[in-house]
Design a protein around this ligand. Structure first.
Ligand SMILES: Cc1ncc(COP(=O)(O)O)c(C=O)c1O
Length: 395
């Protein structure tokens, strides 16, 4: 396409299949396991209504005026204190507020990657991350996710020993899309590899606080003694994605460069939204709020798994996440999740086909992602039943 009006960077970029599936949600009859949104049932709407009203009454000028790029200072301090308490960052480190966690991926790619630079991504990975690296013309190298996280033997033997890698993109906890958590051993080894082969790690952790069973695993950033990790977090899944508030911490020079780039992207994250988030987390019990969300997601996760155990054919295997919003289902190779998806939509059930979560989207994949956070219980039961029939129809 020599005559394309579009830049080299964006010419081959197409809207994600997940976004395309959003259109299907308009059909009220479709039971969608395709989204990735938190449940509106846990949005603290009443509390936020009062907070927003009070902000306009008491801090209207602040809320409506330009703010500083780094973020609203009290919110930055809150996030920093929380991360320090959680052991993620040290007292000496800074936090920057961003417009969602997605912006951290974009800024990180912008400041670190030249066209053609190698970026290791998990296979499967988050479509927003993959599309971001695509938009910078980075060369993505997929590395499989095993039940305990990224395949680091493969990473070292087949990737790091052969090519120079600039960045590893890791969603180490309750991964989107697989729900898998990388174990502590692997986290330590990934850090050791980063040091040995001189690359950075983008630890993208929007789901880390959504644990409903099992024991916490230390973040990669918390064990990072050599400043290799750019740590990204978000309020999207713990408070509200519509507020568009994320944050990051990174070594000083990278952080400062990302701030400069944020300046030219959106100047700053909307002050009103930052004030709303800050007032909620300080005037209400944020931990209790997260706990309520976890209880809800834990129940929905258990219900979906129970239905799958009862209704899916035994050749289907799937993850049993201890947190987050997704689980990942693998079928024998002869299945094509794109065809399953088409048939599923005909029968009024939707999910995300595996290809959307892969570097090579044109390849056939038998796996798919299911989201359970945003579907009523009766529809989880009904939808999994329909999906089981759809799978069986391809036997
Ligand atoms: C792994 C991962 N990273 C980042 C994001 C971006 O979230 P937000 O920009 O809403 O904070 C998402 C959202 O689904 C995600 O799954």
């Amino acid at each position: 396409m020599a005559n394309s009006i579009f830049s080299d960077k964006t010419r081959d970029l197409s809207g994600s299949a997940i976004r395309a599936t959003f259109k299907l949600l308009a059909d009220p009859e479709i039971i969608s396991f395709a989204g990735g949104a938190p449940s509106p049932d846990v949005f603290p709407k009443k509390e936020l209504e009062v907070i927003a009203r009070d902000i306009f009454r008491e801090k209207g000028n602040l809320a409506l005026q330009y703010g500083i790029t780094e973020g609203y200072t009290p919110l930055r301090d809150f996030v920093k204190d929380r991360l320090v308490k959680q052991g993620v960052i040290k007292e000496s480190e800074q936090v920057i507020i961003t417009t969602g966690g997605q912006q951290v991926i974009d800024l990180c790619a912008k400041v670190l990657l030249n066209e053609g630079d190698n970026v290791v991504v998990e296979a499967p990975s988050f479509v927003g991350g993959l599309n971001c690296f695509r938009s910078y013309n980075a060369n993505m190298i997929p590395v499989n996710v095993q039940p305990d996280g990224m395949d680091l033997d493969y990473l070292e033997e087949e990737v790091l020993k052969k090519v120079k890698v600039k960045l590893v993109y890791a969603i180490a906890t309750f991964q989107n899309p697989s729900g898998i958590t990388m174990n502590t051993e692997k986290r330590k080894r990934l850090l050791a590899l980063a040091d040995k082969y001189d690359f950075f790690i983008l630890e993208d952790n929007p789901y880390g606080e959504l644990r409903y069973k099992g024991e916490d695993v230390p973040t990669i950033k918390s064990m990072d003694t050599k400043n290799r990790v750019i740590y990204a977090g978000s309020f999207s899944k713990t408070l509200s994605p519509g507020l568009r508030i994320g944050f990051f911490s990174a070594r000083e020079d990278i952080l400062e460069k990302m701030v400069v780039c944020k300046q030219v992207t959106d100047v700053h994250t909307p002050v009103l939204n930052q004030l709303i988030a800050y007032d909620f987390v300080t005037k209400h019990d944020y931990d209790a709020h997260i706990k309520r969300s976890c209880e809800l997601y834990g129940k929905k996760n258990a219900l979906m798994l129970k239905c799958m155990d009862e209704m899916f054919p035994t050749y289907c295997t799937y993850t049993r996440p201890e947190g987050g919003l997704f689980l990942w289902c693998d079928l024998p190779e002869k299945f094509d999740s794109q065809l399953l998806f088409k048939k599923g939509v005909e029968k009024k059930v939707a999910f995300v086909p595996g290809s959307s979560c892969m570097v090579d989207q044109a390849q056939k994949y038998s796996s798919f992602r299911l989201n359970f956070s945003n579907t009523a219980d009766e529809n989880i039961i009904k939808g999994i039943g329909i999906l089981a029939d759809v799978i069986k129809s391809f036997e």
